[in-house]
Design a protein around this ligand. Structure first.
Ligand SMILES: [Zn+2]
Length: 139
């Protein structure tokens, strides 16, 4: 799976990406490859230093292009990653690791997948035991 960065500055900044974000993105890539045959993923936005308060200013969030994915792929991968992980262990946390479509009640994530991990002081919460994405062919 290849990662294509729309901006070369983001490709450079990706070297400083939070390791948990890198791992999450690898899971997303594996799922999309196995389930939908996707081999290239486009990063539309990663590091936004002026976007204070956003995980994008802290190397903890990445936006992925949806329009070149097969139909249903973005919602499927959002459903899958959110079924495995929460943004935080806090019971009142409504944030999820991956925002797309219905996961964003404000409708700001209907055209891209926003993948994020919490500040280093928090851990990504695992929902139960993580499972591998189902293999093509239903095994
Ligand atoms: Zn974003």
């Amino acid at each position: 799976m290849r990662l294509h960065f729309r901006r070369s500055s983001d490709a450079e900044a990706w070297k400083r990406a939070d390791g948990r974000l890198v791992s999450m993105l690898e899971l997303v890539q594996r799922y999309l490859r196995q389930e939908f045959g996707v081999y290239v993923l486009t990063v539309t936005s990663f590091y936004r230093p002026m976007d204070t308060g956003s995980p994008h200013s802290d190397y903890r969030a990445v936006d992925l292009r949806v329009r070149d994915l097969p139909a249903g792929a973005a919602q499927a991968v959002a459903d899958w990653i959110n079924s495995q992980f929460r943004y935080s262990a806090s019971p009142e946390s409504r944030y999820v690791v991956c925002l797309y479509g219905a996961y964003d009640p404000n409708g700001q994530h209907n055209d891209h997948i926003h993948l994020q991990v919490p500040p280093l002081s928090e851990v990504v919460a695992v929902r139960g035991r993580p499972t591998r994405p189902p293999l093509p062919g239903g095994n």
